[in-house]
Design a protein around this ligand. Sequence first.
Ligand SMILES: [Zn+2]
Length: 252
Amino acid sequence: MTEIPALKQLREDWERALVVVAHPDDMEFGAAAAVARWTGQGKHVVYCLVTSGEAGIDGMSPDEARTVREEEQRESCRIVGVDAVEFLGLPDGVLEYGVPLRRAIAGAVRRHRPEIVITNNFRDTWDGAYALNQADHIATGRATLDAARDAGNRWVFPEQLGEELEPWGGVKQVWAAASPGARHAVDTSDTFEKGVQSLRAHQAYIDGLGWTDFDPAEFLEGAARMTGTRLGSTFASAFEVFRLEWGATEDD
Ligand SMILES: [Zn+2]
């Protein structure tokens, strides 16, 4: 039998985080309970949605879906203690990894000056084998990793800099939620229920998926319990950690 490796605790010695994901609902499929834990500790977390998920509901036109999904995202943020949400307005479903996407995300990093940047899994699959990831997630995650560093270089995207905005080289780590390469996690036992509520807030999206009998609590519990077992807690959310600091060690 192959032994599943234990997960290490994520660091919590930080004050400000910026979440950058492609779609409304991306954080709510597992990582929102971790955000609820951190806002409960008094940390400041801002959400930046690259698109408004306007192409995510088959039976609803993008114009209508944009409004509905932005509202659902604001509500799920409120549930986990996040009151600052911004939408970059890039086109859902057809995001491309490249300089324009890096520029847009670097602008958000410079505006919010986080120590930790959180994004979604951007590996090719969810499980390291067959469960294919989605193109927008891959583009957004890769661009976020680059933008976290771009933000600190005054000669990269210099047109953004001026009286209001300065370079920000303070990002210590980028975390990719639910990555198959995750070796860290955080205990979400006390905030698991808030995570469930934050997913339920995406009701129009869930209805649009047409998954009969989809139960957010049951769905989230499966992954959270498995991750918790590897961390030594009831529930947990897993993250792959990328270190941007000079001299960072394996224990950071
Ligand atoms: Zn998504």
